[in-house]
Design a protein around this ligand. Structure first.
Ligand SMILES: *Cc1c(COP(=O)(O)O)cnc(C)c1O
Length: 378
């Protein structure tokens, strides 16, 4: 059996090595490493795939979130509502820009933004809502967009974990995650569902003025060469990464389908275990399983992790400390925040390996490993 990994980027590469190597070689031959043809092609292909008017490439997903917020003319102290239960990048950029992160709770089934908690958090200072499509499932966008429209608030979707996921509105219209809010931010970090061989990111929008502003910000606020209209940053997608992403984008749906197959295998295998709550999927969303994150009920998580590690089965805790309890946000004062679901999830979540290269032998071994732990009276 192949060694089990949380993500297997090596074998995924080997399966498409010839195409990828040729694409990289062609960038090397062109010597156009920055903003070359591959970058423009990839941006166009991604816009077509997502069915969105504009894609602005950038250096990584964190920059994408930052550039999105820089484009919205916010003032220090403006409030940005984000879930606490997310990767730190979502909230970190808010603080970096002198804005105030306002942490809200998540739904215990989808791990995405909770609507009641969102409604309670809105104040006259709220300027942006950042729903995160966590682990690969869409946040409840229809309600979020309605609330945002009612209060004239911007919506920036953090789509770093859900590229390729579909959301269906109650009128039957289906859209890709990242294309429903004013701006969508995504990441091409190697382990993401659409991963480069280094860092990369992109912004999507249907608003031409925002797209222009974001490309300007990503390029030192430059409007014409050496004329800088606004304070920006230096955030570029490399041509080599774009060339690789161009190939992998064609396979994204197949990659996501492979992840879904893994998830179905786990769901089925764990359906009779009272110790495991498998990830729930709402009718309005597909799930592209960036992570397969289960909840452990009455289980000593550390002991289980140790048991699995002894069998060379990796697993991860995403995330051991929620945003509001991080030192960077003054964990102490935030202890009083009312985020019961987030606080309850953190100690019980556990993510199993899910990637495009898993085979049934590995899956059967992982399931047997977990079941053997429960059967040994734990
Ligand atoms: C990965 C990730 C990011 C940041 O992307 P980078 O490319 O690593 O900067 C932001 N938000 C979420 C939810 C992520 O998973």
């Amino acid at each position: 059996m192949r060694k089990i990994q949380m993500v297997d980027t090596k074998n995924q590469y080997l399966a498409i090595k010839k195409e990828v190597d040729e694409a990289i070689q062609s960038v090397l031959d062109s010597a156009s490493y920055i903003n070359g043809k591959a970058v423009q092609e990839f941006s166009q292909h991604l816009a077509t795939y997502l069915n969105v008017a504009h894609v602005v490439p950038c250096a990584n997903g964190t920059d994408a979130l930052q550039i999105a917020m820089m484009a919205l003319d916010l003032k220090p102290g403006d409030e940005v509502i984000t879930p606490s239960f997310t990767y730190i990048a979502t909230t970190e950029v808010v603080a970096l820009l002198g804005l105030t992160p306002v942490f809200v709770d998540v739904d215990p089934i989808t791990y995405c933004m909770d609507i009641a908690s969102l409604k309670k958090a809105i104040t006259p200072k709220t300027k942006v809502i950042v729903p995160v499509h966590l682990y690969g499932q869409a946040a409840p966008m229809e309600e979020i967009l309605e609330i945002a429209a009612l209060h004239h608030i911007y919506v920036i979707e953090d789509n770093a974990q859900a590229i390729g996921c579909d959301y269906t509105f109650s009128n039957g219209v289906t859209k890709k995650t990242g294309t429903m809010g004013h701006i969508g931010a995504t990441s091409f970090y190697p382990s993401k569902n659409l991963g480069a061989f280094g860092d990369g990111g992109a912004l999507c929008t249907n608003d031409k003025a925002l797209a222009d502003k974001m490309s300007m910000i990503a390029n030192h606020g430059q409007s014409a060469r050496y004329y800088h209209d606004v304070v920006g940053c230096n955030s570029r997608l490399d041509s080599i990464q774009a060339a690789i992403l161009n190939i992998k984008l064609q396979k994204l749906d197949a990659y996501n389908a492979a992840r879904q197959k893994v998830a179905q295998y786990y769901n089925q295998a764990f359906s009779d275990l009272k110790q495991i709550v498998t990830p729930g999927v709402k009718k309005y969303s597909t799930h592209v399983y960036h992570q397969y994150t289960m909840q452990l009920i009455g289980v000593d998580r550390e002991k289980l992790i140790k048991h699995l590690a002894d069998m060379e089965i990796p697993c991860m805790i995403y995330y051991p400390v929620p945003g509001h309890l991080q030192k960077m946000f003054g964990a102490h004062k935030n202890e009083l925040l009312d985020l019961p679901v987030t606080n309850a999830l953190t100690p019980v979540v556990c993510s199993l390996p899910v990637h495009t290269e898993m085979d049934e032998t590995q899956l059967a071994y992982i399931v047997a490993g977990i079941k053997s732990f429960f059967n040994s009276k734990n």
